[in-house]
Design a protein around this ligand. Sequence first.
Ligand code: SF4
Length: 315
Amino acid sequence: MNSPSLTFGPIPSRRLGRSLGINNIPPKVCTYSCIYCQVGRTSRFQVERGEFYNPEDISKSVKSRVEKIREKGERIDFLTFVPDGEPTLDMNLGVEIELLKPIGIKIAVISNGSLIWDESVVNDLMMADWVSLKVDAVSDDIWRRINRPHKALNHQSVLEGIIAFSGNYDGEIATETMLIEGVNESIEEIEKIACFIKDVSPSTAYISIPTRPPAESYVRPADEEKINLAFQTFKEAGINTECIIGFEGTEFGHTGDVVEDLLSILSVHPMRRDAVEEFLRKVGAVWEVVDELLEEEKIREVEYQNSRFYIRTIK
Ligand code: SF4
């Protein structure tokens, strides 16, 4: 049986290139009920791993989609477990990864990390090539406010589990931190998060904001000032950091169009004034380009430690 709803895409992803999505969990079965969740409030709150779909059905669905895409001559960079819920709740995740390995495409899992203290979850994640873990808060009260975890979860175990996993995992780890106005954007919390992520040592730490309607209508994204504050704090901690603020920017613009390239870079990395000047000098452009973008409100100038930084205006 081939259930099309088990797979989708491939969709372009800045983190993963062309990513074919796998829905190994029905919507919305989750360990968290994040206030910003773009698929609404959690309808089935659970922490026990369970069986949701037949692993063979998932494997067949992925293989058939991969075949069709390959027939069209298109590329797929990752097979990504990214359901509208928590993928590690699926007790067959490891079996599914095993079944998909022969396809020869790298496998990614986008997890909230809440079950990473469980050895069976660790064993399954170890088999993936790329794992993303959520780190929205280090303080317990903020974690409860933003992620609204299942009452059986213990934050300390989650944090310790993430550190232990990062020490043993051979693949690539990314972290994702969603910044919400008035919840986790204070400098005190940002510094704690940076300090924690430094120990995780991810290949990239992503700072993001909600770009689609959140589960709770009172949720507002952090503003450009706070995004830059978090970006610079992470950078100063020695963490390779990128922003995801609603644009599919690339780290290094290369279209040859100065405006497009600058916007693309500034949507990923806020830049200090001297770095922007250097960029403009290299491409033979003048500062008026920046003035125009400021006037059109496509970028914003923000202050950080007595320097001026430029960042793409959030969507
Ligand atoms: S962990 Fe992901 S799916 Fe679960 S509530 Fe949070 S944002 Fe939604």
